[in-house]
Design a protein around this ligand. Structure first.
Ligand code: LLP
Length: 434
């Protein structure tokens, strides 16, 4: 019935997550409330780690892309599951450091890392900086030199694969703000340039082809293109790149229309092509990184709201108002994203109406889902939106000065707070008087 197996229904007909009654969670912690199931995140981490063991001899490391959900508890959980970490800002680096994450297992991304972020990464000895462009390469080399360090770098390559079209295509000219283009020769030129810089050491190439992808083929093609480039680098310069980062992007289930592929299938197919290409170019099989974000935490999370109003507009639609909205989940407003909505107070009942779930912001576009099937939603009911673990809290805002919700982690019937609810004092903390 649900898109996720950490969810269930108890004797009261209430939705449960990780063995906890969601209506009781809403009462105890207040709403809106993010809830994340620890066992599901751990299970997902293990499926990546084990898949690498089974299909690639363990010759690699999955990095948790913390942009999906960065907070101390999640970073610590990733560490306890032997994952590395992908960070994309000073804030994510700081979170990781305060969570006690080992810096050598972190890779730092971004198309415009600021000087102070780069210095921060150097000071914390972050394992690898994924260089995006020539300005950054030069700046990083200079900063590393000033600090008397040599820093390991990766290089972000646009492999020329558009995974978002239905039948993915190899594009001639890639329109993307991220990374170096292959087909213009920009990437090769940048690789050669690194050899003249003394304070950077190029050990890895990186690519990331998109997000919420279900097909395996574009990932396999990306693996091929990257290995061909590694082969080309060897041919032109004699230098052998030893590590390959194939990014994230694995799709999850938001509604029953989504049909994600088992991760094992991806790893098997990609391993085969990488190993075959390594033989073809007579180079060692590279150490592999992947960077799942959404697929680690997305389905493990739900958001709970309390219904505060209902407006039936005859022959048009019924609006149901919740105590959160685009401030805690902007994905419908931004991308028209599909979600499954459940009346958590009456989860044992089959949906009998369609409602439009509206947030509380002064903004008509502040919707969570339009005309979505639910069972008899009334004021006071607890509404659950499923698969909100990724890119919800991490994209939350204080629009209309709404405080960001709390997050609880549930496990085997127990719940504990992992992010406190913001207070009004938090909201004005940086305001200064006239
Ligand atoms: N690595 C790199 C370099 C990335 O840019 C991303 C995501 C990931 C890994 C993780 O991808 P994932 O496994 O989560 O698909 N805000 C959007 C998603 C943006 C993804 C950006 N990059 C959303 O809410 O759908």
């Amino acid at each position: 019935m649900f898109v996720n197996d950490c969810l269930n229904i108890n004797e009261q007909g209430h939705l449960t997550i990780g063995g906890c009654d969601t209506v009781a969670l809403a009462q105890e912690f207040g709403t809106p409330l993010y809830v994340i199931d620890e066992n599901t995140v751990r299970k997902n981490c293990r499926s990546y780690v084990n898949s690498m063991k089974n299909y690639y001899g363990g010759n690699g490391l999955p990095l948790y892309a913390s942009k999906a959900l960065s907070c101390k508890a999640l970073v610590q959980l990733a560490e306890s599951e032997n994952m590395g970490l992908d960070v994309v800002s000073g804030g994510e680096i700081y979170t990781a450091m305060k969570a006690g994450f080992p810096p050598e297992k972190i890779q730092f991304h971004g198309n415009n890392k600021t000087q102070s972020e780069l210095e921060m990464a150097l000071d914390y000895n972050i394992g690898k900086i994924v260089v995006d462009n020539l300005y950054e390469l030069e700046l990083l080399n200079r900063l590393a030199k000033e600090k008397g360090k040599t820093v390991k770098i990766s290089m972000r390559i646009k492999p020329g694969i558009d995974a978002h079209t239905h039948d993915f295509i190899m594009t001639g000219q890639i329109d993307s703000k991220f990374g170096f283009a292959l087909e213009t020769g920009e990437a090769m030129e940048a690789v050669k340039k690194t050899f003249s810089f003394e304070n950077v050491e190029l050990t890895e190439l990186h690519c990331h082809i998109g997000s919420q992808i279900f097909d395996i083929d574009p990932f396999v093609s990306a693996g091929k293109v990257m290995m061909d480039f590694i082969g080309d680098i060897k041919k032109q310069t004699g230098y052998v790149i030893q590590e390959l980062n194939l990014g994230g992007g694995f799709g999850i289930m938001y509604t029953t229309a989504d049909n994600p592929t088992a991760y094992d299938n991806y790893m098997k197919a990609v391993s085969e092509v990488v190993i075959a290409k390594a033989k073809e170019y007579n180079i060692p099989i590279p150490y592999i990184y992947i960077e799942p974000g959404r697929s680690l935490v997305g389905e493990a999370g739900i958001t709970l709201y309390t219904v505060g109003g209902r407006k039936e507009i005859p022959n048009i639609r019924t609006y149901v108002s919740i105590d959160g909205g685009m401030t805690d989940n902007i994905r419908y407003a931004l991308y028209d994203s599909a979600y499954t909505v459940v009346n958590a107070s009456k989860a044992d009942k089959t949906p009998n109406e369609k409602v439009t779930v509206a947030g509380k912001c002064c903004e008509s576009g502040d919707l969570i889902q339009k005309d979505t099937p639910v069972y008899d939603v009334q004021v006071g009911d607890t509404l659950a939106v499923l698969s909100t673990g990724a890119y919800n809290y991490s994209m939350a805002s204080n629009y209309n000065r709404n405080p960001r919700p709390a997050m609880v982690m549930v496990k085997d019937g127990k719940a504990r707070l992992i992010i406190k609810r913001e207070t009004y004092d938090d909201i004005i903390a940086n305001d200064l008087d006239l």
